[in-house]
Design a protein around this ligand. Structure first.
Ligand code: SF4
Ligand code: FE
Length: 515
């Protein structure tokens, strides 16, 4: 058995830079399938490498801007990535969002580390409350695990989304029990888990992953109520790499046609076949009544983590403004108006996300969590606004964004010069620059990074209906109806405190005086 607590940490030096990180991924024994073949070394695979570069950027940013992207670990006393930090005040939550916007700007894509960050924070408060109810020891175990991750400054991914099978059936009702990750066998030393997780962001680029339940569970789903840490190279794990639109352009050579040749996201399906987890890495085992709390807290963090898209939006707005300039139309009032519209939408995403963090509050464990209403509103914006921002960027780009010749023609000894002549925009702008910006817009709205900017914005951290359910649950209509009745003279209130809502409500947080 390869796996034991901290085995992946011992003997390894702490990761400090992007280069250290890339080096740490080499020579691992991962089973990865891509294009019908096993991948020898993902680090050197041209289709995978841009996704690794995006994660490496999180380490480099920690050097360039340590206050933004790193913290002094309360567990080790040393500086570690902010992605591994447990938030202990609203400033921590806010800085997560600021870091995400910056990384979105600098990579133009998904940098893959927020799922693990949000899983750590959710699990921290939930294990505390499970222990309080059941006298278990999950919280201490988790703190030990977090400490070992801080010692190595590792990348920890989160694995939540089960494949789910027949959506009308609970996990225990599925004909095939593997439709949800579950405990398949127990020994005195630990448990074995089986099943599959879909759409796993950055899983191959992580060192460890936190496996969690995907939804509310009932009494008969106890074997599905499992949260655990697993090293990504554990025996029994297989990865099936997800295809992305235009992904093979990275295998064609050249750098123009990719649009963003440096960075991309990564999604894979993860198959677990009797993967052993030792007791000390199990943070939930059978406490089905806490599964929904874990999922809801995770999504509360994660839905405002989607301010990452405002950073990506900044780069796309910049591309749209650049192409307008290169085309010589940047002075036109309707062009400016479209850029204003894109910015308004983009800042609306950021505004609600960062407000959710500013309106954060302490859980029983001491860890801070952001406001769930504003977090869901943020993510709900994200399911729509990037589509409109993309539409406007294509409007400004013109039809060339989808009809450009390939870079092989642009650089062709016979036809290249003529193409450069006919694709020229403003005289002082090299034609290649114009083509590069168009290809970037294509990349972000139709190509590889549209995966993250568009469809992942729609479905990641829960599809739009999931946010509407939460918004509906939190909207306090009785309170609002009462406000109306009072204003309309239907109800007279002597004691104004009587209309203050229940503890822990959205409006209690709205009217709380900030510290
Ligand atoms: Fe982070 Fe955004 Fe990627 Fe999710 S989509 S992991 S929030 S960068
Ligand atoms: Fe996501």
């Amino acid at each position: 058995m390869k796996q034991s607590e901290g085995s992946a940490v011992s003997g390894k030096t702490k990761i400090r830079t992007g280069q250290d990180y890339i080096q740490s991924l080499r020579n691992r024994d991962l089973e990865i399938y891509l294009f019908g073949e096993k991948v020898d070394e993902p680090v050197d695979h041209p289709m995978i490498r841009p996704s690794i570069n995006a994660v490496a950027k999180t380490y480099d940013l920690a050097h360039e801007a340590p206050e933004l992207a790193s913290v002094i670990s309360p567990f080790t006393g040393e500086r570690v990535s902010r992605f591994l930090h447990i938030c202990t005040d609203t400033k921590d939550l806010v800085l997560q969002n600021k870091m995400q916007r910056k990384l979105g700007q600098e990579t133009g894509t998904c940098f893959q580390r927020c799922v693990g960050m949000d899983a750590f924070n959710a699990l921290y408060s939930v294990t505390f409350e499970v222990d309080e109810k059941y006298s278990t020891i999950y919280h201490e175990r988790l703190k030990k695990f977090i400490t070992s991750m801080h010692q190595a400054n590792y990348v920890v991914g989160g694995a939540m989304t089960d494949v789910k099978g027949d959506r009308s059936l609970a996990p225990h009702q599925q004909e095939d029990p593997d439709m949800f990750v579950h405990i398949s066998r127990r020994t005195a030393e630990g448990v074995y888990i089986s099943g599959a997780k879909a759409h796993q962001t950055g899983c191959i680029n992580s060192h460890w992953m936190i496996v969690m339940p995907t939804m509310k569970l009932g009494k008969e789903d106890q074997d599905y109520a499992v949260a655990a840490a697993v090293p990504v190279d554990a025996t029994g794990i297989t990865y099936i790499y997800g295809r992305q639109s235009c992904d093979t352009r990275s295998m064609e050579g050249g750098s123009i046609d990719q649009g963003n040749s440096s960075y991309s996201g990564q999604e894979a399906m993860v198959l677990f076949e009797n993967v052993f987890v030792p007791n000390q890495l199990i943070f939930m085992d059978g406490e089905y009544d806490f599964a929904s709390m874990l999922v809801e807290r995770f999504t509360t963090y994660h839905r405002r983590s989607y301010v990452c898209k405002s950073g990506v939006g900044d780069a796309l707005i910049g591309a749209a403004a650049s192409i307008a300039e290169y085309n010589g139309v940047d002075g036109a009032s309707h062009i400016k108006d479209k850029l204003v519209q894109m910015t308004h939408l983009n800042e609306t995403i950021y505004g609600t996300g960062i407000a959710s963090s500013y309106q954060g509050y302490a859980t029983k464990s001491g860890a801070f969590i952001c406001d769930p209403m504003l977090s869901n509103v943020c993510k709900h914006h994200v399911t729509k606004f990037p589509y409109e921002i993309s539409r406007l960027s294509q409007d400004l780009a013109g039809g060339l964004v989808v009809t450009l010749p390939s870079e092989k023609e642009i650089n062709h000894p016979e036809i290249g010069a003529l193409l450069k002549k006919y694709l020229q925009g403003k005289k002082e702008i090299p034609t290649e620059h114009r083509i590069r910006i168009l290809r970037l817009i294509e990349n972000m709205t139709l190509g590889r990074n549209a995966v993250g900017y568009l469809t992942e914005s729609l479905h990641g951290a829960g599809s739009p209906q999931a946010q509407r359910i939460l918004i509906g649950r939190l909207m306090q209509l009785e309170y609002k109806k009462r406000l109306a009745r009072i204003l309309a003279g239907i109800e007279v209130v002597e004691d104004k405190t009587a209309i203050v809502q229940e503890l822990g409500s959205y409006f209690e947080r709205v009217f709380k005086i900030p510290d």
